[in-house]
Write a protein that binds this ligand. Structure first.
Ligand code: NZQ
Ligand code: ZN
Length: 384
């Protein structure tokens, strides 16, 4: 096992009818900016519950945060925060709303010249405004991590930053939010959480059986519970298990002491930036390519995954790996998610563009930083 430090200060408030508890979690006297997305919270009753809970607070609203949240929108919110004298941020929505709110929390106190440097240059964040959330879509794990992914629409570039300072003070996880999710978002959520686990699991062995089994337990739970949620949105128990799996998939626990990959995500972000493809769908396309092209380097873990998750025990190493890739792709497709580039009308031109962007950044990725732009090309060509 590798050395590690692990600290996760996010208070989780989990369960039915927990939204009213925000009133006692936000310190008295705070002036709150309530951030939200395109309006789903107004249609499913969450907005009403939040407003009622906050009746004794001064609240300013900032709605309209888009999916794959825009840098430009975040800067507008920062102006509102400064003008209104806001001192607490409450995000109510999916990963996009949370991530945008984390960026606002950091950008409002940023002392450098250009807040884009937080994303583009990893500029240091010294202070952030306290934030909390009610997560309405199990998927990203943003409710229990310090990550944020922001898109600058004019370029277009989709980049991430990470800081302990933007971890939520508390996160409310009421599984009943799942009841109003469209099937597409359930599918996306299951696949995103699944791939988060894979990024932290499917690397190379470092004799870390407890992390491996934590990771495998999340994968198996998603395989069992995901289809139940898709079939019956009001199955509370399935919703609860799905929700907690998504949080556990990216709260740092399973990453402690093991190598991490994240190549699938970094390549996927390029597909979203250039083609607007849903985040999870980009992962469903790229991961099978990473598994195939990196089958040599990832051999031991892919075989372990094939055996323990899909029960594949027969065949040569390569046959087991082929079967594990096929099972993974089949799982994504069973949620109605297509897994090749032509399914999204993406052609070889886009591959050239993505490879050029990786070359410009001079960046190699993956658990051993061996995935060069040339290997990114092979991974994407595998998906044509
Ligand atoms: O905008 P509204 O109207 O709220 O509707 C949203 C949006 O259209 C809707 N929705 C959310 N909760 C709902 C609901 N509809 C009905 N009922 C509910 N309870 O779902 C749509 C998608 O929302 P979004 O927040 O974009 O989805 P998700 O949670 O999948 O977040 C995706 C974003 O998170 C980033 C992605 O890159 C993407 O930008 N990620 C963030 C990570 C992190 N912070 O750790 C890690 C991930 O790998 C990911 O990169
Ligand atoms: Zn993801």
């Amino acid at each position: 096992m590798l050395n590690f430090e692990y600290k996760n200060p996010v208070k989780i408030i989990f369960g039915k009818e927990t939204i009213p508890q925000i009133a006692k979690e936000i310190p008295d006297g705070k002036k709150v900016l309530l951030t939200y997305g395109g309006g789903s919270i107004k249609r499913n009753g969450i907005y009403g519950q939040v407003k009622k809970a906050l009746e004794n607070f001064e609240v300013v609203e900032f709605g309209g945060i888009e999916v794959n949240p825009h840098y430009e929108t975040c800067l507008k919110a920062v102006d509102v925060i400064k003008k209104e004298g806001i001192d607490f941020l409450l995000a109510v929505g999916g990963g996009s709303v949370l991530d945008a709110t984390k960026f606002m929390a950091a950008a409002v106190y940023f002392s450098g010249d250009d807040p884009w440097d937080i994303l583009a240059k990893g500029a240091k964040i010294e202070k952030a405004m306290p934030l909390a959330d009610i997560i309405t879509l199990p998927a990203t794990g943003s409710e229990m991590n310090g990550n944020s992914v922001i898109t600058r629409a004019e370029i277009p570039q989709k980049l991430a930053f990470s800081s302990q300072l933007v971890m939520p003070r508390f996160s409310v996880l009421d599984p009943e939010v799942v009841f109003s999710l469209p099937g597409r978002q359930v599918a996306n959520g299951v696949v995103d959480a699944f791939v988060h686990v894979m990024e932290q699991y499917l690397t190379y062995p470092v004799n870390s059986p407890i992390q491996d089994r934590f990771a495998e337990s999340i994968l198996l739970t998603l395989i069992e519970e995901g289809p139940k949620v898709l079939r019956n949105r009001s199955d509370y128990d399935a919703a609860a298990n799905f929700m907690w799996s998504a949080t556990m998939a990216l709260n740092g626990l399973i990453a402690a002491g093991v190598p991490e990959d994240w190549a699938t995500h970094q390549i996927g972000h390029e597909l979203t930036a250039l083609h607007g493809i849903d985040h999870a769908r980009t992962l469903a396309v790229v991961l099978p390519g990473v598994m195939n092209i990196r089958r040599g380097q990832k051999k031991e873990k892919i075989i372990q995954y094939g055996q323990r998750i899909w029960g594949i025990t027969e065949g040569s190493d390569d046959e087991i790996i082929d079967a594990a890739i096929a099972k993974t792709e089949g799982f994504f497709q069973s949620f109605g998610i297509p897994t090749t580039l032509p399914d999204y009308n993406v052609t070889a031109d886009t591959i050239s563009e993505i490879v050029a962007r990786f070359k410009r950044q001079g960046k190699s990725i993956g658990e051993t930083k061996e995935i060069t732009p040339e290997i990114v090309k092979l991974i994407l060509e595998d998906r044509l």
